[in-house]
Structure formats: C-alpha cells, structure tokens
Write a protein that binds this ligand. Structure first.
Ligand code: ATP
Ligand code: MG
Ligand code: MG
Ligand code: MG
Length: 466
C-alpha cells in the first residue's frame, strides 16, 4: 500500500529524476491574478511563465499544488458528499514544460509513471484526446500501444483548455481509471459518463495555440505542457478503494469527525462533508482568508457554516469543527509545516465562527422545517430563502444543501429578487443624508463595507431622519 504522503513524494521524485525543478505549492489566494477567486490548478502560479512575461531559471517544473474549487468557474462544493471524487480542497500533482518538451514526452512520462513506477494495470486505464488531435491519438495508439477499445475522442467541453477568451490554449488528453463494472457510470464520451465508474485521474494539457481577439488560433512557436492529477484520486486507485473518502488521509479525518460529533457510523455522508470542509477551511485561513460577508471571505463562511450544519445534523450542537484542526495537522502538517505553526490561530478563527453561527442556526433550522411543512410543491420560495439568509445567516447554498436532502429545490430567481429589493431599500435609506445611517455591529466589528456588501445576521442597520 502507498500512503497519500508516499504518493505525493513518488510523483515529485519521478519528475525530479527527469530534470524537473520541484516548486513549492503557492498560496490559495493567487498573487498574480485578482480575477481568480482561489488557486484551482497547478498552473496558476506559472501563468506568467506560460505567457512569456516571466522568465525562470528552469524550463521543467513539478509541484503538488493545494487547490480549492468552491466558487467561481470551478465550483465543486455541491458535489461534496454526492460523488466519490470531488473535494472542495485537494492537491493537484503536476509536471510542467515551459516551451521545453511537448506531447510525446508528456504522454510518455504519464504512462511510465502510472503503469511502470506505480504498476497500475494498463487494462484499467481509459484514454481520451481532443476530437481532431491526431498527433496525440497517434502517440497513444501507435507509440504507447494504448488499447483502441479503451480510447475515445472527446469534444471541447472536456478536452480543450484555454486560459481565457484570448491567449494560450490547446487540446487535452485525459487518463481515467476504471473502478469496475459494479459501479454505475459509462466511459468518457458516453451518455452516462458522469457516473463514478470511470474516474478521471490525470489531465494533460497541450498549450499549442495563441487565440487572438477574433477567435483565430495561431500556433505557438514553443508549445508548452501543463498537467494535473488529483492526489486523492491517485491514492484511491493505489489503495484499491473506490471513493476518495476511503483513502488513508480521509479515513483518519472521518474517524476524528466521528469522535467530535458522536456519530459512530463512519459511512455517514455528513462525516465526509465535514472531513472535506475542514481541509478547505483550515488552509484558507492559513492563506489569509477569514470568514466574512464578501468575496473570498463569504465563500469561506459558506464552507464553514455548511460543515457546522452537518455536525448539527449528527446531533452535535456544541462547537466541534475547530477540534478537527489537530487531526488535520497530524495528517498534513509534515507536507505543510505552516499548518502546524498556525494551528492555534486556525482553531481560534473556526471556533469564533462556530460560536457566532450557533445563535441563529437552531432557529433557522426550525424556520426551515416550518416552511417545508407548509410547502405545496417541492420548491422553497425565494422570499423564504432570503429570510433564512438575511435573518439567520444561512448562505443560499446551505439552504440548498438541506433542501436537497429532502428532495426539495430553491427558487433562486426569487431569492435574487428579494436580495435586490433589500439593497434598493438600503440605498434609499442611505439617501436621507450624509451621516444619517449608522451601522451597528453587535460583534463590534468596525469595517463598514457599504450596502453593496452582503449583510450578515449579526449586523444591524439603524436608519433615522431628523
Ligand atoms: P472532473 O471532470 O472529475 O470534475 P475536472 O476535469 O474538472 O475533473 P481538471 O480541471 O482537469 O478536473 O483537473 C485536473 C485533475 O485534478 C483531475 O483530473 C482530477 O484528478 C483532479 N481534480 C479536479 N477537480 C477535483 C476535485 N474537486 N476534487 C479532487 N480532485 C479533483
Ligand atoms: Mg470538474
Ligand atoms: Mg473532467
Ligand atoms: Mg479534466
């Protein structure tokens, strides 16, 4: 058996032995891209290198990058607890070529690592390439000898990557692992490909073109390679389990979650959600994101409150989430020393948020039950979603999470309308004159964020006219 920690190291070593420079994971808040919510792939810290704006002393790199996909373009928050393969926080193993090697070497390295070094059975792997990428198809089928029966060409959605509207882009080739016929789901490219039988483990991106403002593709003089493999998905394959939540690292966190919530059933979905969320919440705090009402801080708040609600669901009404920091440090503190160093701070931030939400969570859940009991159809009205948000501090996706467990949906358009109406009222109120609106914050926070911001339940707005 290979532990997650050993696999991370095996990947780094494999590429270091092949002249790749090991590069540290960058923080979750991208330093070079204000438009990106969180670092969501290994290539993010190398963006300017790919664009040719930045030079490095190496042309090959390898990294294990911490990633969060809980908001923005890549959002897997809703998948957590429902699929075997998605997390909000995960580690992406990647090798990169900056105008150095291209398709042949990238494909060769991947195949060698998986089937030789890690001894994965080739007949469990399934390969995809982009529809018209004959070059990659030829390398796989003729040079590597991949089985044409486990090979498909896929369209733009999954197999064509671009950095933005313009700029570097190119076809991808993805490697899937077949977890066996007893699991529902079809091969990539088939109508039921979204199941969990064939799990995508590695994506090889071939940056081949530069797209101009007219959408035309021009070949890059020195094409590059960017790859990403989820460490947790790799560990699931290597540890011979189907779900990422069954790997060593997650089993340890799930056991810890079981202890702090008192839920003895280790297969319980809420335990998986809590084990997932402690990783994103803790690493986001280390990287400077604390729970708040806007932007990154609000995503962080949504993650933490979602976890707390799942603990509550298991019967734990006292603060418990912060107690998972210690077991997390045990699992990941060696790879990320900053986690160990800042443990007390992370615990404090989480505990404060737990105490803050405790006041309204129980009431909010009661209100939800009342609404659900009176419901005629299966859709929670937008006004109700807004009330839970505004008065009880329930982010809409938290309400959606509860609703989904009862086969209910939310009227999100109605929620948005209610939200706009409230902003309108706040704006009108602020026009009574300068200084006529005072914001009082029960918690004593002083940072006034304006009425465009999301108003927390702990915030009271008093308007007066003289
Ligand atoms: P999927 O189709 O399964 O959602 P993806 O195509 O969105 O994956 P990529 O953007 O290609 O994923 O990311 C590269 C690799 O990172 C994937 O092949 C997978 O191994 C891993 N990965 C992506 N998203 C997640 C996630 N939410 N949790 C864990 N691993 C992930
Ligand atoms: Mg995805
Ligand atoms: Mg995919
Ligand atoms: Mg992919």
């Amino acid at each position: 058996m290979k532990s997650s920690a050993e696999l991370r190291q095996a990947f780094l070593d494999f590429f270091a032995e092949r002249d790749h420079t090991p590069v540290e994971s960058s923080p979750l808040v991208p330093g070079n891209d204000p438009t990106l919510l969180f670092t969501n792939a290994g290539m993010v810290q190398f963006k300017d290198v790919f664009l040719g704006r930045e030079k490095r002393s190496y042309s090959r790199a390898v990294s294990s990058q911490r990633c969060v996909r809980a908001g923005g373009k890549h959002n897997d928050l809703e998948n957590v607890g429902y699929t075997a393969r998605h997390h909000t926080f995960f580690e992406m193993l990647g090798n990169f070529s900056f105008g150095d090697y291209f398709k042949r070497e990238a494909i060769g390295f991947a195949w060698e690592l998986l089937t030789k070094t890690l001894e994965m059975p080739a007949d469990r792997l399934w390969i995809t390439v982009y529809t018209d990428d004959d070059e990659a198809a030829r390398i796989w089928l003729d040079e590597i000898g991949a089985d044409p029966a486990r090979f498909s060409r896929c369209g733009e959605k999954d197999n064509f990557w671009s950095m933005g509207e313009t700029g570097p882009c190119g076809p991808c080739s993805e490697i899937f692992y077949d977890h066996g016929p007893e699991i529902p789901g079809g091969p990539p490219g088939s109508p039921d490909e979204d199941g969990d039988r064939y799990v995508e483990i590695w994506n090889l991106v071939f940056m081949q073109f530069d797209r101009d403002a007219n959408g035309e593709l021009h070949p890059l003089p020195r094409p590059s390679v960017d790859t990403g493999m989820g460490l947790e998905r790799l560990a699931a394959v290597m540890q011979d389990v189907h779900s990422n939540y069954e790997i060593d690292l997650f089993q340890a966190l799930i056991r810890a979650a079981s202890e702090v919530t008192g839920c003895a059933d280790l297969g319980n979905k809420s335990l998986r959600v809590i084990a997932d969320h402690i990783r994103s919440a803790a690493f986001l705090i280390i990287d400077g994101v604390t729970p708040g009402n806007e932007g990154r801080g609000y995503v962080q708040r949504r993650i933490i409150r979602r976890a707390i609600r799942h603990g509550y669901q298991l019967g734990q009404t006292a603060p418990f989430f912060w107690r998972l920091v210690e077991p997390l440090v045990e699992q990941m503190g060696d790879a990320y020393p900053e986690l160990r160093e800042r443990r007390a701070h992370v615990e404090r931030v989480l505990r404060t948020e737990e105490e803050r939400f405790a006041d309204t969570l129980e009431q909010g859940l009661r209100i939800f039950d009342e609404i659900a009991a009176q419901l005629e159809g299966t859709e929670i009205p937008g006004e109700a979603v807004f009330r839970l948000y505004d008065t009880y501090g329930f982010p809409a996706d938290l309400t959606a999470d509860i609703a989904r467990e009862r086969a209910l949906t939310l009227d999100m358009a109605g929620f948005e309308r209610a939200m706009s109406a409230q902003k309108e009222r706040a704006r009108a109120a602020s026009q009574f004159g300068a200084g006529a609106v005072i914001q009082l914050d029960i918690e004593g926070e002083t940072d006034f964020t304006g009425y465009e911001g999301l108003v927390d339940q702990a915030t009271v707005i008093i308007c007066y006219q003289d």
